[in-house]
Design a protein around this ligand. Structure first.
Ligand code: KIV
Length: 269
Protein backbone atom coordinates (compact mmCIF):
# COMPACT_ATOMS: atom_id res chain seq x y z
CA UNK A 1 0.00 0.00 0.00
CA UNK A 2 1.32 3.45 -0.92
CA UNK A 3 2.17 5.57 2.13
CA UNK A 4 3.09 9.19 2.72
CA UNK A 5 6.77 8.10 2.82
CA UNK A 6 6.35 6.73 -0.73
CA UNK A 7 4.93 10.06 -1.93
CA UNK A 8 7.86 11.95 -0.39
CA UNK A 9 10.30 9.48 -1.99
CA UNK A 10 8.57 9.93 -5.36
CA UNK A 11 9.11 13.67 -5.03
CA UNK A 12 12.79 13.31 -4.13
CA UNK A 13 13.32 10.95 -7.07
CA UNK A 14 11.35 13.13 -9.50
CA UNK A 15 8.80 10.31 -10.09
CA UNK A 16 5.39 11.89 -10.68
CA UNK A 17 2.34 10.21 -9.15
CA UNK A 18 -1.28 9.83 -10.17
CA UNK A 19 -4.45 10.64 -8.26
CA UNK A 20 -8.13 10.24 -9.20
CA UNK A 21 -11.29 10.95 -7.30
CA UNK A 22 -13.29 7.84 -6.45
CA UNK A 23 -16.45 7.21 -4.45
CA UNK A 24 -17.38 3.53 -4.92
CA UNK A 25 -15.97 0.01 -4.79
CA UNK A 26 -16.15 -0.96 -8.47
CA UNK A 27 -14.15 2.05 -9.64
CA UNK A 28 -11.80 1.61 -6.66
CA UNK A 29 -11.05 -1.98 -7.71
CA UNK A 30 -10.37 -0.91 -11.30
CA UNK A 31 -8.03 1.81 -10.00
CA UNK A 32 -6.23 -0.81 -7.90
CA UNK A 33 -5.67 -2.99 -10.98
CA UNK A 34 -4.49 0.08 -12.93
CA UNK A 35 -2.12 0.91 -10.02
CA UNK A 36 -3.33 4.49 -9.62
CA UNK A 37 -1.10 5.81 -6.82
CA UNK A 38 -3.52 7.88 -4.75
CA UNK A 39 -7.30 8.23 -4.50
CA UNK A 40 -9.20 11.29 -3.36
CA UNK A 41 -12.63 10.75 -1.84
CA UNK A 42 -13.55 14.25 -2.93
CA UNK A 43 -16.53 16.20 -1.71
CA UNK A 44 -17.11 16.59 -5.45
CA UNK A 45 -19.27 13.53 -4.65
CA UNK A 46 -21.95 16.16 -3.99
CA UNK A 47 -22.03 17.00 -7.68
CA UNK A 48 -20.86 13.77 -9.35
CA UNK A 49 -22.94 11.27 -7.36
CA UNK A 50 -25.59 13.20 -5.42
CA UNK A 51 -26.73 15.66 -8.11
CA UNK A 52 -26.15 18.88 -6.16
CA UNK A 53 -24.78 21.99 -7.86
CA UNK A 54 -21.94 22.49 -5.36
CA UNK A 55 -19.99 20.60 -2.69
CA UNK A 56 -21.70 22.45 0.18
CA UNK A 57 -24.46 19.90 1.04
CA UNK A 58 -21.99 17.03 1.58
CA UNK A 59 -21.79 15.72 5.16
CA UNK A 60 -19.11 13.99 7.23
CA UNK A 61 -21.28 10.85 7.23
CA UNK A 62 -21.33 10.92 3.40
CA UNK A 63 -17.54 11.18 3.31
CA UNK A 64 -17.08 8.32 5.80
CA UNK A 65 -19.51 6.12 3.83
CA UNK A 66 -17.75 6.66 0.49
CA UNK A 67 -14.30 6.30 2.07
CA UNK A 68 -15.26 2.89 3.48
CA UNK A 69 -16.67 1.79 0.08
CA UNK A 70 -13.40 2.68 -1.63
CA UNK A 71 -11.05 1.29 1.03
CA UNK A 72 -12.71 -2.15 0.99
CA UNK A 73 -11.91 -2.54 -2.70
CA UNK A 74 -8.51 -0.91 -2.96
CA UNK A 75 -5.50 -1.90 -0.87
CA UNK A 76 -2.95 -0.21 -3.14
CA UNK A 77 -3.58 3.52 -3.26
CA UNK A 78 -3.01 6.07 -0.53
CA UNK A 79 -6.49 7.35 0.31
CA UNK A 80 -7.16 11.02 0.99
CA UNK A 81 -10.64 12.01 2.21
CA UNK A 82 -12.08 15.52 2.08
CA UNK A 83 -13.45 17.06 5.23
CA UNK A 84 -16.62 18.73 3.92
CA UNK A 85 -17.91 22.28 4.22
CA UNK A 86 -17.94 23.65 7.81
CA UNK A 87 -16.66 20.41 9.33
CA UNK A 88 -13.28 21.91 10.34
CA UNK A 89 -14.32 25.42 11.37
CA UNK A 90 -12.51 24.88 14.69
CA UNK A 91 -9.56 22.58 15.49
CA UNK A 92 -11.79 20.49 17.77
CA UNK A 93 -14.40 20.04 14.99
CA UNK A 94 -11.55 19.04 12.70
CA UNK A 95 -10.22 16.26 14.95
CA UNK A 96 -13.72 14.95 15.72
CA UNK A 97 -14.61 14.75 12.02
CA UNK A 98 -11.17 13.56 10.87
CA UNK A 99 -11.65 10.63 13.22
CA UNK A 100 -14.76 9.58 11.23
CA UNK A 101 -13.03 9.45 7.86
CA UNK A 102 -9.75 8.02 9.18
CA UNK A 103 -11.62 5.20 10.94
CA UNK A 104 -13.47 4.59 7.66
CA UNK A 105 -10.12 3.94 5.93
CA UNK A 106 -8.53 7.25 4.92
CA UNK A 107 -4.80 7.79 5.45
CA UNK A 108 -4.96 11.57 5.11
CA UNK A 109 -7.57 14.33 5.17
CA UNK A 110 -7.83 17.28 2.82
CA UNK A 111 -9.09 20.68 3.90
CA UNK A 112 -9.45 23.91 1.94
CA UNK A 113 -7.93 27.24 2.90
CA UNK A 114 -4.86 29.26 3.81
CA UNK A 115 -2.65 30.37 6.68
CA UNK A 116 -5.65 30.89 8.98
CA UNK A 117 -5.89 27.07 9.23
CA UNK A 118 -2.34 26.64 10.60
CA UNK A 119 -3.58 25.80 14.11
CA UNK A 120 -6.00 23.24 12.68
CA UNK A 121 -3.19 21.61 10.67
CA UNK A 122 -1.01 21.50 13.80
CA UNK A 123 -3.78 19.94 15.89
CA UNK A 124 -4.63 17.32 13.27
CA UNK A 125 -0.99 16.39 12.69
CA UNK A 126 -0.26 16.17 16.42
CA UNK A 127 -3.24 13.81 16.71
CA UNK A 128 -1.95 11.46 14.02
CA UNK A 129 -3.81 12.82 11.00
CA UNK A 130 -1.68 13.82 7.98
CA UNK A 131 -3.13 16.85 6.19
CA UNK A 132 -3.35 17.75 2.51
CA UNK A 133 -4.04 21.49 2.12
CA UNK A 134 -6.13 22.56 -0.88
CA UNK A 135 -5.39 26.10 -2.15
CA UNK A 136 -6.15 28.17 -5.24
CA UNK A 137 -9.72 27.54 -6.37
CA UNK A 138 -11.27 26.03 -3.25
CA UNK A 139 -14.80 24.91 -4.25
CA UNK A 140 -16.24 25.15 -0.71
CA UNK A 141 -15.71 28.94 -1.05
CA UNK A 142 -17.48 29.22 -4.41
CA UNK A 143 -19.86 31.86 -3.05
CA UNK A 144 -16.97 33.99 -1.79
CA UNK A 145 -15.27 33.78 -5.21
CA UNK A 146 -18.54 34.38 -7.06
CA UNK A 147 -17.99 31.34 -9.31
CA UNK A 148 -15.37 28.77 -10.31
CA UNK A 149 -12.53 31.02 -11.49
CA UNK A 150 -8.76 30.76 -11.96
CA UNK A 151 -7.00 32.06 -8.82
CA UNK A 152 -3.60 33.71 -8.14
CA UNK A 153 -3.60 35.50 -11.50
CA UNK A 154 -1.42 38.43 -10.42
CA UNK A 155 2.02 38.57 -8.78
CA UNK A 156 0.42 39.93 -5.62
CA UNK A 157 -2.20 37.18 -5.28
CA UNK A 158 0.35 34.50 -6.25
CA UNK A 159 2.66 35.77 -3.49
CA UNK A 160 -0.25 35.61 -1.03
CA UNK A 161 -0.91 31.98 -2.01
CA UNK A 162 2.80 31.17 -1.60
CA UNK A 163 2.85 32.84 1.84
CA UNK A 164 -0.18 30.70 2.81
CA UNK A 165 1.64 27.56 1.64
CA UNK A 166 4.71 28.50 3.71
CA UNK A 167 2.65 28.99 6.89
CA UNK A 168 0.77 25.72 6.33
CA UNK A 169 3.95 23.73 5.65
CA UNK A 170 5.52 25.27 8.76
CA UNK A 171 2.45 24.03 10.72
CA UNK A 172 2.98 20.44 9.49
CA UNK A 173 1.06 20.11 6.20
CA UNK A 174 2.12 16.86 4.52
CA UNK A 175 0.85 17.46 0.96
CA UNK A 176 -0.32 20.55 -0.95
CA UNK A 177 -3.01 20.52 -3.64
CA UNK A 178 -3.39 23.47 -6.02
CA UNK A 179 -6.49 23.93 -8.14
CA UNK A 180 -6.88 26.29 -11.10
CA UNK A 181 -3.81 28.48 -10.84
CA UNK A 182 -1.41 29.68 -13.55
CA UNK A 183 1.22 27.09 -14.50
CA UNK A 184 3.95 29.39 -13.18
CA UNK A 185 2.38 29.34 -9.69
CA UNK A 186 2.20 25.52 -9.70
CA UNK A 187 5.85 25.43 -10.68
CA UNK A 188 6.99 27.94 -8.06
CA UNK A 189 5.19 26.10 -5.24
CA UNK A 190 6.50 22.66 -6.31
CA UNK A 191 10.06 24.01 -6.49
CA UNK A 192 9.84 25.89 -3.19
CA UNK A 193 9.21 22.78 -1.06
CA UNK A 194 11.65 19.97 -1.92
CA UNK A 195 10.05 17.54 0.58
CA UNK A 196 6.35 18.36 0.21
CA UNK A 197 4.53 16.64 -2.66
CA UNK A 198 2.34 19.08 -4.61
CA UNK A 199 -0.72 17.71 -6.44
CA UNK A 200 -2.19 19.84 -9.22
CA UNK A 201 -5.54 20.10 -10.98
CA UNK A 202 -5.40 22.85 -13.55
CA UNK A 203 -2.07 23.91 -12.02
CA UNK A 204 0.15 23.09 -14.97
CA UNK A 205 2.81 20.56 -15.88
CA UNK A 206 5.34 21.07 -13.10
CA UNK A 207 3.52 19.88 -9.99
CA UNK A 208 4.62 16.51 -8.56
CA UNK A 209 1.28 14.83 -9.20
CA UNK A 210 -2.02 15.33 -11.00
CA UNK A 211 -5.59 14.71 -9.93
CA UNK A 212 -8.77 14.62 -12.02
CA UNK A 213 -12.38 14.00 -11.15
CA UNK A 214 -13.07 10.47 -12.42
CA UNK A 215 -16.29 11.38 -14.26
CA UNK A 216 -14.41 14.14 -16.12
CA UNK A 217 -11.58 11.89 -17.35
CA UNK A 218 -14.07 9.18 -18.38
CA UNK A 219 -16.00 11.70 -20.47
CA UNK A 220 -19.17 11.36 -18.38
CA UNK A 221 -19.50 15.04 -17.50
CA UNK A 222 -22.18 16.76 -19.58
CA UNK A 223 -22.02 20.39 -20.64
CA UNK A 224 -18.97 22.59 -20.28
CA UNK A 225 -15.81 20.74 -19.23
CA UNK A 226 -12.91 22.57 -17.61
CA UNK A 227 -9.87 23.44 -19.74
CA UNK A 228 -7.59 21.20 -17.64
CA UNK A 229 -9.60 18.00 -18.29
CA UNK A 230 -8.56 15.33 -20.79
CA UNK A 231 -11.01 12.58 -21.75
CA UNK A 232 -8.99 9.35 -21.51
CA UNK A 233 -11.85 7.23 -22.90
CA UNK A 234 -11.58 8.56 -26.44
CA UNK A 235 -8.59 6.30 -27.20
CA UNK A 236 -10.12 3.16 -25.65
CA UNK A 237 -12.28 0.39 -27.06
CA UNK A 238 -13.37 -3.07 -25.95
CA UNK A 239 -14.65 -4.49 -22.69
CA UNK A 240 -11.82 -3.14 -20.52
CA UNK A 241 -12.18 0.45 -21.71
CA UNK A 242 -12.57 2.00 -18.26
CA UNK A 243 -9.67 0.05 -16.79
CA UNK A 244 -7.55 0.97 -19.82
CA UNK A 245 -8.48 4.64 -19.38
CA UNK A 246 -7.22 4.49 -15.77
CA UNK A 247 -4.02 2.80 -16.96
CA UNK A 248 -3.54 5.40 -19.71
CA UNK A 249 -4.08 8.24 -17.23
CA UNK A 250 -1.62 6.77 -14.70
CA UNK A 251 1.02 6.26 -17.42
CA UNK A 252 0.48 9.74 -18.90
CA UNK A 253 0.91 11.40 -15.49
CA UNK A 254 4.04 9.40 -14.69
CA UNK A 255 5.52 10.06 -18.13
CA UNK A 256 4.69 13.77 -17.87
CA UNK A 257 2.59 13.72 -21.06
CA UNK A 258 -0.53 14.83 -19.16
CA UNK A 259 -1.22 17.66 -18.75
CA UNK A 260 -0.06 19.16 -22.02
CA UNK A 261 0.09 22.93 -22.68
CA UNK A 262 -3.54 23.00 -23.90
CA UNK A 263 -4.66 21.93 -20.38
CA UNK A 264 -2.75 24.68 -18.56
CA UNK A 265 -3.43 28.30 -17.64
CA UNK A 266 -0.61 30.38 -19.13
CA UNK A 267 -1.03 33.72 -17.43
CA UNK A 268 1.76 36.26 -17.13
CA UNK A 269 2.04 37.36 -13.50
O1 KIV B 1 -13.57 17.22 -4.27
C1 KIV B 1 -12.77 17.07 -5.21
O2 KIV B 1 -12.96 16.27 -6.13
C2 KIV B 1 -11.56 17.87 -5.21
C3 KIV B 1 -10.74 17.88 -6.46
C4 KIV B 1 -11.35 18.80 -7.45
C5 KIV B 1 -9.32 18.22 -6.19
O3 KIV B 1 -11.27 18.52 -4.25
Amino acid sequence: MISLSNLKKFKTEGRKFSCLTCYDSSMAKAMEVAQVDTILIGDSVGMTMQGHDSTLPVTVADMAYHTACVRRANQHALIIADLPFMSYATPSDAIKNAREVMQAGAQMVKIEGGAWLADTVRTLTQNGVPVCMHLGLTPQSVHVFGGYKVQARTRETADQLIADCKALVEAGTAVLLLECVPEQVGREVAELFPHIPVIGIGAGRYTDAQVLVVQDMLGLTQGKVAKFVRNFMTDQSGSNAILDAFRAYHQAVIAGTFPSPEHTFQIEL
